[in-house]
Write a protein that binds this ligand. Structure first.
Ligand code: PEP
Length: 248
């Protein structure tokens, strides 16, 4: 199998202000990591964060991207703009966006394609809710999110990441147990293999998100198909996030 370098992403959501963000970036800049590290601030702070990197290998990503390229779409930010300003990746279809901003697999698919076209790494977020988990239909949900969300993407250039974030684990303190997460990650890789072939599936990093902390990070990253972490709450404490990035 292809060795995949782990990727750890901080998702700051709509939290904090410029001070917290500057402190967080400062705690990462100048450090060496064995993994790729990325931070997703609110759009308004992206340029500030980029200006503080000072040749650090830390990457900056956005928490969303427009499905439109340009035009009369008030409030939107395009993949091309994000790439040109210096972003490396963008989250797409986070469950909060699916639940509160009417995102669906079809809009996510357009966004994934836009990101790939402009050289941003799309991080497609998928995952089942508690009701779906209890009904035993996790795999059906995941299959559909991948099948529709990745429909007809160009796999010849660029890189794709998928983040498995069971909704019942986000911000709840109830992380999926590593074995349980691993079995879904394995299934995700099988779906990608079936759709796009083994080479692409082996290159695709599949991250886990949902109540990741310094207590469970290493055990999750040890699993064969868990290639990184998407960290919400714990990334708002600079020391805690740094520990997640360095300890495993
Ligand atoms: C997230 O929302 O991407 C997330 C993983 O949040 P938390 O780590 O707080 O569960």
């Amino acid at each position: 199998t292809t060795p995949r370098r782990s990727l750890i992403i901080a998702n700051w959501k709509l939290n904090g202000g410029i001070d917290l963000m500057c402190n967080s970036i400062a705690s990462l800049v100048g450090k060496e990591f064995d993994t790729d590290i990325a931070v997703c601030p609110p759009y308004i702070y992206i340029r500030d964060m980029l200006s503080l990197l000072h040749h650090s290998e830390v990457k900056i990503g956005s928490q969303n991207v427009s499905k439109f390229e340009s035009g009369a779409y008030t409030g939107e930010t395009s993949a091309e703009m994000l790439k040109k300003v210096g972003c490396s990746l963008c989250l797409i279809g986070h469950s909060e966006r699916r639940q509160m901003f009417r995102e669906n697999n079809i809009s996510c698919n357009i966004k994934v394609k836009n990101a790939l076209t402009h050289g941003l790494i799309p991080v497609l977020c998928i995952g089942e809710n508690l009701e779906e988990k209890d009904a035993g239909i996790t795999k059906d949900i995941i299959f559909r999110q991948l099948d529709e969300g990745l429909n007809a993407i160009d796999t010849t250039t660029g890189e794709l990441c998928v983040a498995y974030e069971p909704i019942w684990a986000i911000g709840t303190g109830k992380s999926a147990v590593p074995d349980e997460a691993q079995s879904v990650h394995k299934f995700i890789r099988e779906c990608i293999t079936e759709k796009f072939g083994n080479d692409f599936a082996q290159r695709t990093r599949i991250l886990y998100g949902g109540s990741v902390s310094r207590e469970n990070a290493c055990e999750l990253l040890d699993k064969a198909d868990i290639d990184g972490l998407l960290v919400g709450g714990a990334s708002l404490d600079p020391a805690h996030f740094l520990q997640i990035c360095t300890q495993c």
